[in-house]
Write a protein that binds this ligand. Structure first.
Ligand SMILES: [Zn+2]
Length: 197
């Protein structure tokens, strides 16, 4: 299931074409989100009301994958100077988590959410097996794992898929044959998060 924040998106046709031949990078699943505010070009109400929060790396995973997921978190923390984002990884109790798991066909990452914006709960799932086994994957497993985690956490930071921009962004769908996998949020992404929080 793919749920978008709504609104007309000029890029939709290109997006569907890309999806048809590659993967659905991500789905946002959860309760219906209210209409977004003034910045509907990128705003996802399903995100967290704050960009300072803790999450758990949940379930079992080996140290290599734990490192990949941590890299995805760190990539957002690297935007602190411009966005103020601080995502801590805790072993304690929290209603926000990132885990590995199997996802439906064509999907390598998913952001599931609940609660309200002021008390957001979410589970990000990254499909390690599908990333590792993608026949048309050119960039490394680690690059894709980091990018996928970063993209899903972009939703937690109130960014929607395929924003209405021609700027490079980690929130676009990308084919697994893509060679330029981003290692960090782009200027557009940083600017968007900075304007929300
Ligand atoms: Zn997405």
């Amino acid at each position: 299931m793919i749920q978008r924040a709504g609104g007309h998106r000029p890029g939709a046709r290109r997006t569907r074409a890309a999806l048809a031949m590659t993967v659905v990078l991500l789905a946002v699943v959860g309760l219906a989100a209210p209409a977004s505010g003034a910045r509907s070009d990128y705003y996802l109400a399903a995100g967290s009301g704050t960009n300072v929060f803790s999450l758990r790396l949940a379930g079992s995973m080996n140290s290599t994958w734990r490192g990949f997921l941590r890299d995805g978190v760190s990539a957002w923390n690297g935007t602190y100077s411009s966005t103020g984002t601080v995502i801590s990884i805790t072993s304690g109790s929290t209603n926000k988590s990132v885990r590995l798991g199997s996802l439906p066909s064509g999907m390598i990452g998913r952001y599931q959410y609940g609660g309200s914006r002021s008390d957001r709960t979410f589970v990000v799932t990254v499909d390690a097996e599908k990333i590792a086994d993608a026949p048309n994957r050119i960039s490394s497993i680690g690059s894709w794992a980091r990018f996928t985690t970063m993209h899903e956490l972009g939703h937690a930071l109130s960014l929607k898929d395929n924003p209405d921009t021609s700027s490079s962004t980690v929130m676009d769908y990308k084919p697994m044959s893509w060679t330029g996998v981003y290692s960090a949020p782009r200027a557009y992404d940083r600017s968007a998060v900075a304007s929300i929080y």
